[in-house]
Design a binder for this molecule. Structure first.
Ligand code: ADP
Ligand code: MG
Length: 251
């Protein structure tokens, strides 16, 4: 499902360098990605999704060499095939919870938004316990509620690959287990591959396999101290602005 080889990635600014000689994830596998803050977990997920492109090497996802696609094709591939739960949620502030969940259908013409999709959106929202907030603007939600909206949006288009970046990071123990079950059940029901970043080591036995980024990569050692995740100054994934603009166009 995912094959990375000889990958080298650097952000345009900063010293961070991610070097992944080899990584394979089989179709249908459920994988937990672990590693300290700043080790490159989010970067790795964005490379798998084709949100970022490496300077060297190849990323093949769902038999498509994403590193060989142009911007438009990569974006199209991502929306149709990948469900991504962003660490910072990346919800659109001017949309309601329901419209945030339905976003993949608003921004990709090949996904048809019909009654059954809306029903599925409501049903997933019920499962994660946010069905009573579907008509609320996403700005008027707690962190934990935003996180669950982000999970719903990742699942709505029944992706072949689910990439979840600390999807339970803001949740209480009950909701953590609920969301984990939903992700694992969704992957099992559709045969999707699931890659989840987590700091919660109690959850690891639930996955087929764990990947420690520190074992995987070859990080430069002169990058300075790593920061806690909440202190990251990130320019954010490129998807957000483009998708926000498209979302507006379709309103
Ligand atoms: P993790 O998810 O494991 O906490 P990240 O993948 O977010 O780590 O970040 C890896 C490293 O890259 C960190 O040192 C971080 O500061 C740096 N970094 C993250 N985003 C950017 C960016 N947009 N520009 C420059 N450096 C970045
Ligand atoms: Mg991260």
């Amino acid at each position: 499902m995912i094959a990375i080889s000889d990958l080298l990635f650097r952000y345009p600014e900063g010293e961070f360098e991610l070097n992944v000689p080899e990584l394979e994830v089989a179709a249908g596998e459920t994988v937990a990605v672990i590693g300290p803050s700043g080790s490159g977990k989010t970067t790795l997920l964005h490379l798998m999704a084709g949100i970022r492109l490496p300077q060297k090497g190849t990323v093949v996802t769902d038999e498509v060499e994403v590193t060989g696609l142009d911007d438009g094709a990569r974006r199209d591939f991502r929306i149709r095939r990948i469900g991504m739960v962003f660490q910072e949620f990346e919800l659109l502030e001017y949309l309601t919870v329901l419209d945030n969940i339905l976003l993949p259908y608003r921004i990709n013409g090949s996904l048809k938004l019909d009654g059954s999709v809306r029903e599925r959106a409501v049903s997933i929202a019920e499962q994660v316990g946010i069905a009573d907030k579907l008509n609320r603007l996403s700005t008027r939600l707690s962190h934990g509620e935003k996180q669950r909206v982000a999970v719903c949006r990742a699942l709505i288009a029944e992706p072949v690959l689910l990439l979840a970046d600390e999807p339970t990071g803001n949740l209480d123990p009950t909701n953590t287990l609920k969301v984990l079950d939903i992700l694992l059940d969704a992957a099992e029901a559709t045969g999707a591959t699931l890659v989840t970043v987590t700091h919660d080591h109690d959850l690891l036995p639930r996955f087929d396999r764990s990947i420690d980024v520190m074992d995987l990569i070859d990080i430069k050692h002169d990058q300075g101290p790593t920061l806690p995740d909440s202190e990251h100054i990130s320019s954010g994934p490129q998807i957000t602005q483009i998708d926000a603009d498209r979302g507006k166009e379709n309103e």
